[in-house]
Design a protein around this ligand. Structure first.
Ligand SMILES: [Zn+2]
Length: 257
């Protein structure tokens, strides 16, 4: 039982027993969104889930089911909402989903939660969900739940980025469906990547502002915002090693594990 890392694979008595032992729960925030013509729609579900599974193993934690829909795709970080398959929630809806899950976990007795975001646009609506969840729990008399909330891609060493981008890192937003995500998918789910379909219409040249509605040609037609050429499973492993090690260290430090 102690080896099982996915909450959904536990029975309720097993889950209850883990909570009584003071288990740390991980909640990945994903979405269903276009990731170019060369990758499946579930990249932002696969990646944070995989990171959470590995960190949870390191600290004896468990991973709650990943939230599969996220806040709306923005043109300058995810290509926007016009791509078939990008399936999003309003910010308010997404926040309330996060709130409700946190409230339920808190009522069950979970006292240490790590919310791991895997979709850029979820960042602030995710914070809102955490805040609302804790507020409700407090009103219900649960005031001692501790939450860490993080974006997994922030946990990477400068040297690793320098190795991956000898000409300079383009930035996390532009990295959508590009080298980082493609390399991690090649490591984890090569069956969901088709390297022969990597486009060459990027990198996107965005102005420092948004337009509503989105003008024609504002976003590269492929949906890939930077470059995916040169992606490899080996590079994915460098990234994954950093993500897992650095997040494990942070969780151990914060929660004294
Ligand atoms: Zn993504």
């Amino acid at each position: 039982m102690a080896d099982k890392v996915l909450m959904a694979e536990l029975t309720w008595p097993e889950f209850e027993a883990r909570i009584k032992q003071g288990v740390t729960v991980f909640l990945p925030l994903g979405t269903t969104e276009q990731h170019g013509p060369h990758m499946a729609l579930n990249v932002d579900v696969v990646l944070p889930t995989a990171v959470c599974e590995r960190v949870a193993k390191n600290v004896g934690g468990i991973v709650a089911p990943t939230i599969p829909y996220g806040y709306k795709s923005m043109p300058r970080s995810g290509g926007g909402e016009s791509f078939p398959g990008t399936t999003s929630l309003d910010a308010n809806t997404f926040s309330l989903v996060v709130r409700d899950v946190i409230r339920a976990l808190g009522r069950d007795g979970v006292r240490r939660l790590v919310v791991v975001n895997g979709h850029f646009e979820n960042c602030w609506p995710g914070v809102e969900g955490v805040d609302l969840g804790l507020r409700e729990l407090k009103r219900d008399g649960v005031a001692d739940m501790q939450v860490m909330k993080l974006e997994y891609w922030d946990f990477v060493r400068r040297e690793t980025l320098d190795r991956l981008f000898p000409d300079g890192f383009p930035g996390t937003e532009l990295e959508h469906a590009s080298l980082l995500e493609t390399s991690l998918m090649l490591l984890l789910r090569p069956d969901l990547v088709d390297m022969s379909k990597i486009p060459s219409d990027g990198p996107a040249k965005f102005p420092p502002y948004d337009r509503h509605p989105i003008p024609k040609g504002f976003v590269p037609a492929s949906g890939v915002l930077a470059r995916a050429q040169g992606s490899s499973a080996e590079k994915g492993q460098w990234l994954m090693d950093d993500h897992v090690e650095l997040i494990t260290n942070a969780v151990r430090a914060e929660f004294g594990l």
